[in-house]
Design a protein around this ligand. Sequence first.
Ligand code: NAD
Length: 370
Amino acid sequence: MSSKTFKLAALAGDGIGPEVMREAIKVLRAVEKRFSLQFDITEAPVGWAGIDAAGKALPDTTLELCRKSDSILFGSVGLPDRDPTIPKEERPERAALLRLRKEFSLFANLRPVKLYKQLAHACPLSLERQGNGIDVLVVRELTGGMYFGQPKKTEQVSPGVMRAIDTMVYTTPEIERIAHVAFKAAQLRRKKVTSIDKANVLENGVLWRDVVTTVSKHYPDVALEHMFVDNGAMQLMLKPTQFDVMLCENMFGDILSDEAAALAGSLGMLPSASLGATNGNQTFGFYEPAGGTAPDIAGKNLANPIAQILSVALMLRYSFGLNDAANAIDDAVTKAIASGLRTGDIYSAADATAKKVGTREMGDAIAAGV
Ligand code: NAD
């Protein structure tokens, strides 16, 4: 029981965003009741909804709301068919999403990938490789490494010959803070961290490995192993059940988190968290489904709300330390799937126990199961 009121900004965005956000808030309200919590949820427009409401993908009032909130629950933004004349930097993907990531210095990206045994048919791996279930958390450093290092440029070296330069750079504190996130996350899971690097070739890899090893001493209850990134990519396909938390620098995490995501069978099952600063026992976070606005199915009660609902569970766990409430959501999702409920993206006609339902029915079932 907590007497604190958690202040949340709920930015549904475009496409299926409002539909799946509605179900996530429904589940949050169920959790609030069951665990006697208080959430002050304010909804605000973002993306094309922001452009329509206030002329900007991230209206000033929406940004102000986020600044006053303890965390942001985000849907998704972007509609490829809307006004192509709007310049790239004003389009929602950049003007809203990238701006918010920067504004709140979100340095840690968490992407859990869980394959429910009832959805084995949606996974590209054989049943044998799926073992007793795949459950991996990719922790990716989000603000450093090759994507941001300087110098970063393309230059002419001689007539007809260009040279492109990207710089991979990490400092000890950058590695330390993401390593702490990974070890703390592992403590809430199966207590194993696999740190991914390329220490056999890259200076960055050697430093990464040293710093992660040093940080691991603070977490004697968590097992640490190191793995080269090329082997990590291969092992994800060969034996994904060996992984609990995979700790990656920015580019390796970008690639491996998408590779791991393919194992869950549908984008509609994949939540994500991006974490910023910690203040006392609370961490500012930005929680969103891994998928986009799915314009092909928007407004038809077809979208899978589970990714958005599981994003709420991540928020409760990683921003507010409300592990029981987060577990209750995870369990309610497991129950809904075990009972045979399926949105179209995870439905298989070959499964005689499966019942195809819409976004709203799936949300109702999960809220009722909390
Ligand atoms: P998408 O993720 O929106 O859709 C890809 C496929 O996955 C579609 O067939 C879609 O129907 C399906 N899908 C996605 N989420 C689903 C769900 N919850 N339930 C059922 N099916 C689901 O990717 P896209 O089509 O390449 O992009 C559409 C728009 O979304 C673009 O404007 C893109 O820029 C934007 N986008 C935004 C974000 C974000 O806001 N974080 C992320 C990715 C893409």
